[in-house]
Design a protein around this ligand. Structure first.
Ligand SMILES: CC(C)(COP(=O)(O)OP(=O)(O)OC[C@H]1O[C@@H](n2cnc3c(N)ncnc32)[C@H](O)[C@@H]1OP(=O)(O)O)[C@@H](O)C(=O)NCCC(=O)NCCS
Length: 309
């Protein structure tokens, strides 16, 4: 096995179906960050020593040990020869041997062949994410005064920090909020945070550290909401998470926080902000569309019906 060759092939073939390409270096950083807890398996298909396809599965949640994502890609020149089906079959067996009973996968919803491939293997659509973008480069400032006044009228204070400035003591607080809000998202199997330890690991990733966070608190310091973004590349950022305590929802807290953080991003030179918005999350969709986010493409999540056996 030649690891460098396989990684290069993985990156090249992954780009066939995933519109957010990664370089080999980015991939290594990402995998290294999760290595301790990421149970995963990978297979390649070779023709005369050249990699023409891969399959990879990965379990993200220690607390959901039976759930894993699986992805398959085959070089277009070698498609329609059963290579993808064989790779998927091998992955399913490997997952089963590792206790994975609920595999899921994702694909660009416009790629009919990929969707059909997954459906033929018994996977069915459970969710769609609108991959959205908000152009900040050319636009005028957001009207922050009204958002600030709104939070003030609710008796709340907001704090803007670079993520590296968030004190360790505050992280436990933020994690509590994160766990409450995350549990309410319609589909969370793909979120790479399962407990406080992994939350801290995620918080320490370089791209997250380079981003910004807004937390909103009651006068006694209790955290009510937070939103943060990370930096994907120069001028391009990802709005990663927005969450509000259940007791404070429906009062415009998230709308105000998100507007404020977009203005901070704009002032910091971010030209485009990306986000992934579940079609089953109408409140977040309303906020994002109001702020100027537009759909770029839809990412379909499919789950193996009846489980893996
Ligand atoms: C999504 C979430 C952050 C929204 O927070 P919030 O503070 O309650 O949101 P707001 O009060 O600012 O409401 C925003 C808008 O959504 C609208 N909205 C709320 N629920 C809605 C629904 N079911 N259908 C349509 N619109 C809805 C509100 O009416 C409001 O619009 P308006 O100002 O025009 O009235 C919060 O529900 C939450 O923490 N959910 C769990 C975590 C999550 O899903 N995060 C998003 C993904 S990262």
């Amino acid at each position: 096995m030649d690891m460098e060759r396989d990684l290069e092939a993985f990156v090249r073939l992954r780009a066939l179906n995933d519109p957010t390409p990664l370089t080999v270096e980015e991939l290594k950083i990402r995998w290294a960050a999760y290595q301790d807890r990421l149970l995963h398996g990978g297979f390649v298909a070779e023709v005369f020593g050249a990699v023409v396809g891969y399959a990879r599965w990965a379990r993200f949640h220690e607390e959901k040990p039976g759930v894993a994502s699986v992805s398959v890609a085959v070089d277009p020149e070698f498609q329609q020869q059963g290579i993808g089906s064989n790779l998927l079959k091998t992955s399913m067996e490997s997952m089963l041997a590792n206790g994975i009973h609920s595999p899921f996968g994702g694909t660009d919803a416009s790629r009919e062949r990929s969707v059909r491939f997954a459906q033929n293997a018994g996977f069915e659509q459970v969710q769609t994410y609108h991959e959205m973008e908000c152009q900040l480069g050319e636009r005028e400032a957001f009207e922050v005064e009204a958002a600030r006044a709104h939070l003030f009228a609710l008796g709340l204070a907001h704090h803007t920090l670079t993520i590296s400035d968030e004190k360790d003591s505050q992280l436990a607080d933020l994690y509590d909020l994160f766990a409450e809000a995350d549990a309410d998202e319609p589909f969370t199997a793909s979120v790479g945070v399962a407990n406080f330890e992994t939350f801290c690991q995620k918080w320490a990733l370089p791209e997250v550290q380079a981003g910004r966070t807004i937390s909103v608190r009651e006068p006694n310091g209790n955290v009510v909401g937070m939103t943060y973004y990370s930096c994907i590349s120069d001028g391009s950022s990802l709005s990663e998470f927005t969450g509000v305590r259940r007791a404070w929802r429906g009062k415009g807290v998230a709308a105000a926080m998100k507007l404020l953080i977009l203005e901070i991003a704009r002032m910091n030179g971010v030209r485009s902000m990306h986000t992934s918005n579940s079609s089953m999350n109408p409140a977040m969709l309303k906020i994002n569309r109001t702020l100027g986010f537009q759909s770029k493409y839809d990412w379909m999540i499919l789950e193996k019906q009846g489980g893996n056996h």
